[in-house]
Ligand binder design. Structure first.
Ligand code: HEC
Length: 172
């Protein structure tokens, strides 16, 4: 990362002082940012704190959409947004597969509620992730075309896939 500001500075400076080559300098700056972004996508090994906070942010987004759906199905609010929230949950569920790096265990960062047995029993844990993905897809299908009763039933199933993992793998 150390090289980025210098390259940007250089590009900005050449663009400024040499007038005509300003466009070229801008292109150089853009290209260097792009190359750094694509390199960082593979190169970053997250710190435990960041890995945990990322995981919690992904979970919180699931929780936000589930909370919104809950208010809609209970008719506490009058929005016709269920399909959009269902899309968001279905798009997020596959990410849950990836958010348990080895350095994000309870011993690595104390502010995680994830239990160590996630890493001790990967197959059983994977079943919970798979269940979430299936229920999220089912809910999306029903949210797009089902009647009220079907939507409520599918939402309950989805909620059980969240709770089924939390009961076993998240600290109280
Ligand atoms: C495969 C297991 C698993 C599934 C499935 C799962 N969660 Fe979680 N969830 C966890 C774990 C473990 C934590 C604790 C993460 C941590 O603190 O590092 C968590 C944390 C959370 C949090 C708290 C985030 C924070 O800000 O600390 C919310 C909200 C949440 N989950 C909502 C959901 C919802 C809603 C679903 C279903 C749509 C869901 N989760 C499905 C395992 C799961």
């Amino acid at each position: 990362m150390g090289t980025m500001p210098r390259q940007l500075c250089y590009a900005a400076r050449t663009g400024h002082t040499r007038g005509g080559s300003e466009m070229k300098a801008k292109l150089v700056a853009v290209a260097s940012v792009l190359s750094i972004l694509s390199a960082s996508a593979v190169a970053i090994a997250a710190e435990p704190k960041d890995a945990v906070e990322y995981r919690q942010a992904v979970m919180a987004s699931l929780g936000g959409h589930a909370g919104a759906i809950s208010r809609i199905v209970k008719q506490q609010v009058d929005y016709d947004h269920i399909a959009q929230h269902a899309e968001a949950i279905a798009a997020t569920a596959p990410l849950v597969e990836d958010i348990w790096p080895d350095n994000s265990k309870p011993g690595d960062y104390e502010k995680t509620d994830a239990l160590a047995k996630i890493w001790d029993e990967p197959d059983a844990f994977q079943e919970k992730v798979d269940k979430l993905k299936v229920e999220a897809e089912d809910f999306l299908a029903v949210a797009k075309g089902g009647d009220q009763g079907e939507v409520i039933a599918a939402f309950k199933e989805l909620g059980q896939s969240c709770g089924g993992c939390h009961d076993d793998y998240r600290a109280e």
